[in-house]
Write a protein that binds this ligand. Structure first.
Ligand code: ADP
Ligand code: ASP
Ligand code: MG
Length: 423
């Protein structure tokens, strides 16, 4: 007998038929004698719909009062519905099951509403309930903040709920069921040659997730890595008993395949800002970064171009698209302190990245990547590297072309077509 956490994303609980199907998968694990906790997302599209309602009302005025606490209580409601529905579907199959909301567990978070971090999960109520054969159906994505309000963990946060619950319950397994049958060498929806990986190292998955591969939320991978909890990513579309090996996300020494590059990720949530004619002097970049951090905006890629003739520099950096307006306002307010002549920005940019732990010991990765882009006439605007990744910023128009070209250049392609269900 094992203790298992199973997580089902939005497409997996998209309608009542899918919820019935999920109930069948859960029943099979319980029937095998396991203690089962299930974490569910909202039905696919529901969180976007709720966010749209908040945004529409928010746009009525520019009065500026923070609304993130109310945003959380609204957008968390999607998971409340699916946890209740799945508990009913399980009871109709004769299982003992109940739904758990974040505050009932309780799953405690900090006060950073809309992107809260988990502080603690009490397992004192849910653990004994599992022992008596009750299936716990937990609403993902939500918790309770220090001030007793509903909080949410950022988009895609149900993955983090599942991993955190698995850690708190000392689960033997954490299975993340989704609409693809594992982690691929790149997003199988835009590259049909993508290949499912049997295993991937935590560090690689962490990079891929933070660089845009939305299949797992970055924090869930971080949490699993820090707690030595392997995660299996597999499809919820399979039937009970089907061969469904998925991908194991685990420590590097347990990944058996030797490869230089493991995957290609892309992120369209990028905006590029260029400050024109800054004075080229020590502390100038620090002032720009200070203005951004005071506005709570994270700066990602940075490149500086210096003109040798007039001692002036142009500074280009990227921020998330949703932070662009905030960033431009902060720069405008700090214009006299920083001292620049003008600002340009561009939202039609995408960051494309290659990731692989083999890059630590192999050279030539950058050359292969840049040649693949050059052969297709794709211009690279900004470059950023780390020990195991290289990222480039390109015109969004070339996103698919660039991902496929790079994927092909590193021969990551598959021999069989990926299994992707309709969204
Ligand atoms: P869920 O609703 O189950 O949480 P998500 O939509 O958040 O699912 O994540 C699954 C999606 O992630 C897939 O449909 C796929 O398009 C996308 N994806 C991006 N990169 C990858 C990758 N490298 N491997 C697998 N899926 C990926
Ligand atoms: N429903 C939330 C979202 O769409 C959380 C999740 O699906 O993981 O972001
Ligand atoms: Mg997700």
């Amino acid at each position: 007998m094992a203790r298992i956490v199973m997580k089902f994303g939005g497409t997996s609980v998209a309608d009542l038929d899918r919820i019935r199907h999920v109930a069948g998968l859960v029943e099979a694990e319980a029937a095998a004698g396991n203690e089962v906790a299930v974490v569910v997302s909202a039905m696919s599209g529901e969180t976007n719909r709720l966010v749209g309602l908040v945004d529409a009302l928010d746009a009525d005025s520019c009065q500026g009062a923070a609304i993130e606490d109310e945003y959380d209580s609204i957008v968390a409601s999607g998971e409340q519905v699916t946890s209740g529905l799945l508990a009913i579907a399980l009871r109709r199959r004769g299982l003992k099951a109940r739904s758990w909301l974040g505050w009932q567990i309780p799953l405690r978070t900090d006060m950073a509403h809309s992107k809260a971090r988990i502080a603690e999960i009490e397992s004192s109520a849910i653990g004994p309930s599992l022992k008596t054969g009750n299936v716990a159906v937990v609403a993902g994505f939500q918790g309770i903040s220090d001030d007793g309000r509903i909080s949410t963990l950022g988009r895609g946060g149900s993955d983090t709920s599942a991993v955190a619950l698995a850690v708190a319950l000392k689960a033997d397994r954490c299975d993340i069921y989704t609409d693809v049958d594992g982690i691929y060498t790149t997003d199988p929806r835009i590259c049909h040659d993508a290949r499912r990986l049997n295993r991937i190292a935590f560090e690689e998955m962490l990079e891929l997730a933070s660089l845009g591969a939305k299949v797992l939320q970055t924090r869930s991978v971080e949490l699993a890595m820090n707690n030595n909890l392997p995660i299996r990513v597999l499809t919820s579309m399979a039937d009970v008993g089907d061969h469904n090996p998925g991908t194991l996300v685990c420590h590097e020494d347990e990944t058996m395949e030797e490869r230089v590059v493991s995957g290609v990720a892309y992120s369209r949530d990028e905006a590029q800002i260029t400050l024109l004619s800054l004075e080229d002097k020590p502390g100038m970049v620090a002032q720009v970064c200070r203005a951004m951090s005071e506005a709570n905006v994270s700066v990602d890629m940075i490149v500086q171009g210096i003109s040798r003739t007039d001692n002036a520099a142009n500074l280009t950096f990227t921020v998330s698209q949703r932070d662009l307006d905030k960033a431009l306002e902060a720069l405008d307010a700090a214009k006299n302190i920083i001292g620049f002549e003008g600002v340009r920005f561009d939202k039609d940019v995408t960051k494309v990245s290659v990731v692989g732990i083999g890059m630590r010991s192999h050279t030539g990765v950058a050359q292969t990547m840049f040649e693949a882009l050059a052969e297709r006439g794709i211009n690279v605007e900004v470059i950023a590297t780390s020990e195991i990744k290289i990222s480039v910023l390109i015109d969004s128009e070339y996103t698919e072309l660039a991902v496929r070209a790079i994927h092909n250049a590193f021969q990551l392609d598959a021999t069989t077509a990926p299994k992707v269900s309709a969204p």
